[in-house]
Design a protein around this ligand. Sequence first.
Ligand SMILES: Cc1cc2nc3c(=O)[nH]c(=O)nc-3n(C[C@H](O)[C@H](O)[C@H](O)COP(=O)(O)OP(=O)(O)OC[C@H]3O[C@@H](n4cnc5c(N)ncnc54)[C@H](O)[C@@H]3O)c2cc1C
Length: 374
Amino acid sequence: MGENRSILDTVVVGAGPAGVGTALALQAVEGLVHGVIERGQLGETFLQWPEQLTFLTPSFTGNGFGATDLNSVHPETSPAFSLGVDYPTGAQYARYLRGVAKHFSVPVMTQTEVSAITATVEGFTLTTSKGTVLARTVVWAGGEFHNPRQPSMAGSEHADHSSAPAAWTARSGQVVVIGGYESGLDVACFHVEEGASVTVVDPDHPWQARSGSDPSFRLAPRTRQRVKSALATGRLTLSDAGRATGIRPDARGVYTVALMGGIAVASHSRPVLATGFGPGLGPAAHLFEDRADGWPLLDDNDESTVNPGIFLSGAALRHGGLKFCFVYKYRQRFAHVARVIGERLAKDCSGLEAWRLAGMLTDDLSCCGTECAC
Ligand SMILES: Cc1cc2nc3c(=O)[nH]c(=O)nc-3n(C[C@H](O)[C@H](O)[C@H](O)COP(=O)(O)OP(=O)(O)OC[C@H]3O[C@@H](n4cnc5c(N)ncnc54)[C@H](O)[C@@H]3O)c2cc1C
């Protein structure tokens, strides 16, 4: 890659699990010329995770029996095996990604930011901090971590988002966490374990979700156990009294969080926003249409509905009511996207069958979402 006029078959933007995994699937397509562009280091997002954060999905080396480690991005790899842990931290998972990329010689250009992507007759022109890159197809795998959702409420600037290290510094007294799904309960349990009293406010009370077995809609078992322990201390309160509408600090350093219905709760340090992330499409945003819920609209091949040739890989994938927000979900599409690209360019894609055999290729989405019987 660099400032020359040759055109690549595919450029992947982002070297997180989605980008590295997609590049590995593209490698299985015979003769496809591809590369990955990453603005930071390989696994950059995980290096920015607060050090207290760990994976929620457990790793286990079941690969030999067709149950590929939930957090792996290639059928022959397992974070549990290479790291020796079942709930990796961000730094550990970045180490796994670096190891995989090195072992399989994934072509990654690091420290290179993509600032613009333009559709052309031949494909796409990518403007990067190291020059222009031309590609017939693009896979956007830029992740969502750089797009924390800031709720539209007065005073939200007085809170720390759960993805920021500041949200994880030990606090005393009463702490208010706004948002009660996985990240909210994770940070809440952390502060209870550190000795603080925590009130989690969320009118949708996700901690009560009992229907369905999809972990995108129901708390993970480990989270439920942690919440149970935190509740037993008497220092965790889960409140669905109303949506937070504003945050107001006073001169004594107390933050009043106003809830709908006229209720208010006090936080003795900056409240924590556990309000999730947006799709984070950055310079690719204008190349996709939005769904009514704000997530990118995709066709059955995870391709833009308005600009053929640009695909999406990663946790922002949505199809109907299906959310692909965990590695074990969105990795099912790496080989599918690679095959669509390969077949369009008349390449031999038979190497991708190994991904299907390893249970890492879902091209029929109607089989997703099956509920557990018990
Ligand atoms: C706090 C948190 C906890 C999570 N826990 C789990 C879990 O337990 N299990 C699970 O399966 N999933 C989990 N996820 C969801 C998801 O797997 C992760 O968010 C994962 O990082 C997504 O991978 P990705 O490759 O799409 O994005 P990222 O890992 O964010 O990678 C995107 C890469 O693109 C680069 N990039 C972005 N924009 C540009 C640009 N313009 N130019 C060049 N490079 C760019 C970034 O630097 C980054 O390295 C979690 C997410 C968060 C935020």
